[in-house]
Ligand binder design. Structure first.
Ligand code: ADP
Ligand code: MG
Length: 636
């Protein structure tokens, strides 16, 4: 080799890395020890890739080398060294892999996390901080590496993690990478063998290559998923979860199964305790670890579970998977498809079990992951009935907003004559309970599901029916619950004279007055208190959902409604009498418009108040005049 090429070259870190280094050194101080997890995971990745090459490639460096990780400490010099016999890196690879952040978005992601979340190792563990986390404990790091590719020279990279790194060629015999961590004065604890071994047991126990600390094996290496269930302890399951999910808390539950036919495979799946989607405010992107006979094929295989189970973590191992399967063909692979169908059934089956036998645990699950699981109603036609059974809602029978019922419980306690399932949608339980639409249901003692998640209405209307019972919105016209609503309870004694005629006249006046706003004005059979309300023709979505559509598409015209009038309401009775006197037409018109806008407001539709306020003021003036006996116009 020419002397020239052995000279040290200096490089600037990519700007993003400088930023990341800065964040790491300032925010993540609570769990510095995770740097070791990151370095070991990189070594393990390099070994996994090497194992691949040894299966498919004849010609490579260091055939005789065992695939393992060695860790050495030097207390005197304050160094910790992680040595692997993985694929190593060529000069270009070092510059590309260690000098730049490949995964776009991960920096943006870290930068946007709150200060709290940055310190939470469970959140950090969701995406991995990678190699640079070593600068939390190091004042200098050297990477000495030799590629598995024949004839490539070895290189040393060094940096103090501030802004620059340096590269030069070195003599190195063995294939693989050595990371020499020169510890900061206050981080000397990482030269202690017991400390290092315990960190490995905590985070890296299930790495599938031996990790030797000063010559002694520190990790377990066994493929837990292949062990018979009875031989695996609760602690092992928990530890394994913490390892694959990179978190420190226990899972909510796990599922360990093996299948023989039609496809032979082993799996351990876990459900986390916390939905990190609501912490990081974006969709979770991880998948399942896919193995073939203990050899990792893909660390985040998304083809094994549907999107609506993306919160599930775990491993699947099948010897029926070809080793050389490429990422692009996963979706179409027949074996993967079959495993996916079995896994979905297993997860749904377990959830049904928990829902039945451990209600408390199921509520925790539902509050965290229900939002994701119920997407399945739309996307998994085959299992939608099961998913519908797993859904939970608040309802008029619940004591407070926190209580939940299932569609099954709802149908079980339905009155014998009740044919339909009802729901009502609004922003909160409080708003829902004030809705005039509920009056008939209260009177008849019919339960109504309270939907506060706007998606729920899409899901329920998409579902259409449950156990053959139609699911209907409480604000629709022609509901079954309205049949015979007035039977035996209409008290006509306090009605004005000739009320039938003058009420019908009022309906006609209203139709003319509101011709541009509603499709019809009819007598209501659902109201017992309020003067009026708006109802939807049967096929249109509820106002709440219409508002959402309107928010997304400003050109969307909210469909016109039917206005229902309560003939028992005292004010309506007064209005009907006023309407009989031609002199009153102007004020009657104003009152009708106001009633219509009141009904809109009760449905949460906000509109321009500039026309309304002067009208209300005029009405108030008439009222005050009348109370002072000067109101000649109001003749009742
Ligand atoms: P990630 O592991 O998520 O890709 P890291 O920051 O941990 O991100 O590592 C960056 C890259 O550096 C790795 O993708 C890999 O290409 C390379 N690398 C790190 N450590 C090693 C190693 N021990 N052997 C080979 N390559 C490595
Ligand atoms: Mg890494």
């Amino acid at each position: 080799m020419a002397e020239e090429s052995k000279k040290e070259e200096g490089f600037e870190f990519q700007a993003e890395i400088k930023k990341l280094l800065n964040i790491l050194s300032h925010s993540l101080y609570t769990h510095k020890e995770i740097f070791l997890r990151e370095l070991i995971s990189n070594a393990s990745d390099a070994l996994t890739k090497q194992r691949f090459h040894s299966l498919t490639n004849e010609d490579y460096e260091g055939k005789e080398l065992p695939l393992e990780i060695n860790i050495e400490m030097d207390e005197q010099n304050k160094t910790l060294t992680i040595i692997d016999t993985g694929i190593g890196m060529t000069k270009d690879e070092v510059v590309k892999n260690v000098g730049t952040i490949a995964k776009s978005g991960s920096l943006e992601f870290i930068t946007n996390l709150s200060e709290e979340a940055k310190k939470d190792s469970n959140v950090i563990g969701q995406f991995g901080v990678g190699f640079y986390s070593v600068f939390m404990v190091a004042d200098e790091v050297r990477i000495r590496t030799k590629s598995y590719k024949k004839g490539e020279p070895a290189y040393e990279w060094r940096s103090d993690g501030t802004g620059k790194y340096f590269l030069h060629q070195i003599e190195k015999e063995r294939r693989g990478t050595e990371i020499i961590v020169h510890l900061k004065e206050e981080e000397k604890e990482y030269t202690d063998k017991t400390r290092i071994s315990s960190i490995i047991r905590k985070y890296s126990n299930f790495v599938s290559f031996p990790i030797m600390v000063c010559g002694e094996k520190a990790n377990q290496v066994t493929a837990l998923w292949k062990e018979p269930k009875k031989d695996v302890t609760a602690e092992q399951y928990e530890e394994f979860y913490k390892f694959i999910a990179n978190v420190e808390e226990a899972p909510l539950f796990h599922l360990h199964t093996s299948a023989e036919a039609p496809i032979q495979f082993y799996s351990i799946l876990y459900c986390p305790k916390v939905n990190y989607e609501s912490v990081i405010l974006k969709k979770l992107e991880h998948g399942i670890q896919l193995y073939c006979n203990k050899i990792l094929i893909q660390a985040d295989c998304k083809a094994l579970l549907p999107e609506y189970m993306r919160f599930i973590r775990g491993v699947v191992d099948s010897s029926d998977i070809p080793l050389n399967i490429s990422r692009e063909t996963f979706q179409d692979n027949r074996v993967i498809q079959k495993m996916k169908n079995i896994l979905i059934k297993q997860v749904l089956g377990l959830l049904q079990d928990i829902a039945k036998n451990d209600k408390e645990k199921y509520e925790i699950f539902w509050k965290q992951f229900g939002r994701i699981l119920k997407e399945g109603v739309h996307f998994d036609f085959e299992n939608r009935e099961t998913i519908a059974q797993l859904m939970r809602f608040n309802s008029s029978q619940c004591k407070d907003a926190g209580e939940l019922v299932s569609l099954g419980e709802y149908t079980e306690r339905m009155k014998p004559e009740q044919k339909e399932i009802y729901y009502i949608t609004a922003v909160s339980r409080d708003t829902i309970e004030k809705s005039p639409h509920l009056e008939i249901f209260r009177k008849k003692g019919v339960e109504v599901l309270y939907l506060t998640d706007p998606n729920d209405e899409f899901l329920l209307s998409g579902l259409g029916e449950f156990e053959k019972r139609p699911i209907r919105s409480a604000d629709q016209a022609n509901l079954d619950v309205l049949k015979d609503a007035d039977k035996g309870i209409v008290d006509t004694s306090s009605e004005p004279q000739n009320y039938d005629a003058i009420f019908n006249h009022l309906l006609k006046t209203m139709k003319v007055c509101l011709a541009d706003n509603v499709t019809d004005v009819t007598e209501s059979h659902r109201l017992s208190e309020s003067p009026c309300c708006l109802v939807s023709p049967d096929t249109s979505p509820s106002v709440h959902v219409q508002k959402l559509i309107h928010m997304m598409d400003k050109n969307y015209q909210m469909p016109k409604k039917i206005m229902e009038i309560n003939r028992k309401n005292k004010m309506i009775q007064n209005l009907a009498r006023m309407n009989e006197i031609p002199d009153n037409q102007q004020i009657v018109g104003k009152i009708i418009t106001q009633l219509y806008e009141n009904a809109l407001m009760q449905d949460g539709v906000v509109f321009d108040p500039t026309a309304m306020v002067p009208r209300v003021n005029e009405l108030l003036e008439e009222l005050t005049n009348a109370k002072l006996g000067e109101g000649k116009k109001i003749i009742i």
